[in-house]
Ligand binder design. Structure first.
Ligand code: HEC
Length: 112
């Protein structure tokens, strides 16, 4: 019975925390959309962030923060982020679906 109460309590509290984190990260992610597309699905020449490996994402973001050679655009965008925010953005983008169009484009290229 006690286990059930604990579970019920957690199930009730956890989504509230998740929703709070989510909206902050979503706002941050929206600021990337201008260049990387909605939910990281870039339609132009900018790299697609959707479905990117979390560890790779974090590594790249830390490089943009620390390397003077990084592009102006990404240096500016990585500058103000905390390591916690970078980790959460990495998870957010890793969870996003790459669009069908993206796969289609690439599978067509392979056939040619
Ligand atoms: C003004 C345009 C612009 C904005 C806004 C922007 N980026 Fe970028 N981003 C770029 C460009 C251009 C590149 C590719 C060139 C480079 O590596 O700097 C890039 C590259 C990246 C890469 C490396 C991708 C790879 O495959 O190596 C990551 C990760 C990334 N951006 C994350 C972000 C995140 C997270 C945000 C929002 C906080 C963001 N970007 C906002 C322009 C932008």
């Amino acid at each position: 019975m006690q286990k059930f109460t604990l579970f019920a309590l957690f199930a009730f509290i956890a989504p509230a925390y998740a929703a709070e984190d989510d909206s902050h990260i979503r706002t941050l992610a929206a600021s990337c959309a201008a260049c990387h597309g909605t939910n990281g699905v870039s339609q132009g020449g900018t790299p697609v962030l959707a479905g990117l490996d979390e560890a790779y994402f974090v590594k790249r973001m830390l490089e943009y923060q620390t390397q003077t050679k990084s592009t102006e655009a990404m240096a500016q965008n990585a500058k103000g982020l905390t390591s916690e925010e970078i980790a959460q953005l990495g998870k957010y983008f890793a969870d996003q679906q790459r669009s069908f169009r993206f796969f289609q484009k690439h599978s067509l290229k392979k056939q040619l």
